[in-house]
Design a binder for this molecule. Structure first.
Ligand code: FE2
Length: 202
């Protein structure tokens, strides 16, 4: 660990640097996946979703930079090569053959859920370690990405209780990573089964 302007003890700073680097890996991975969606999307929603995905990527690039620089400010290093990220990210790989517009929306919604789960985990760690500045940084990112997630969920036509059509079911990989059971987001808030889904919760 390097010398830091932070008054936090070195052991505390080391734990913060570790969790910030985990979020940096997720964020860099998510950025590359958003760009893949931005480039390959096709379909009736192209005109609105192509630029929307770019706004997500631009904001995420700035957040990744802020997280990396917070880790270095705390006396650590920031790890962000493609090879490092490939091994460290919690996100599932993106199916790059995807072209259909709403399928990209569903895939990105799943991955943003995973990204948000990691951010909340790191924020809880920063709260425990009494680093209010890292808490603030992470809260800002969470707030923005919850909004992005809302845009995507609204594009998928989520019902008033979070019930979704078949397109919006999280992939098995994303479900496992964020602890969702079959049926997706709705189960986490205890919603009734969506009509037309054969009694499944969804
Ligand atoms: Fe572009």
């Amino acid at each position: 660990m390097y010398k830091s302007p932070s008054p936090l003890p070195e052991t505390t700073r080391a734990r913060l640097v570790e969790t910030l680097n985990a979020r940096l890996a997720d964020g860099l991975d998510l950025h590359s996946q958003i760009k893949v969606a931005h480039w390959n999307i096709k379909g009736p929603q192209f005109a609105s979703l192509h630029p929307l995905f770019e706004t997500f990527a631009v904001s995420l690039a700035a957040h990744n930079d802020a997280i990396a620089e917070r880790a270095v400010t705390l006396g650590g290093k920031a790890y962000g090569t493609v090879r490092h990220v490939a091994g460290a990210s919690k996100l599932p790989e993106y199916p790059q053959e995807t072209s259909r517009d709403l399928e990209h929306v569903r895939l990105l919604a799943d991955r943003i859920e995973v990204y948000l789960a990691g951010l909340r985990e790191s924020r809880a760690a920063a709260e425990e370690l009494r680093d209010t500045d890292s808490v603030d940084l992470l809260t800002g990112i969470i707030t923005e990405f919850e909004k992005h997630a809302w845009f995507l969920q609204a594009s998928l036509g989520l019902g008033p209780f979070g019930g979704m059509g078949g397109l919006a079911q999280p992939t098995p990989a994303a479900r496992g990573l964020v602890g969702l059971r079959p049926g997706g987001f709705a189960e986490t808030v205890g919603c009734p089964p969506t009509p037309g889904q054969g009694g499944r919760w969804g």
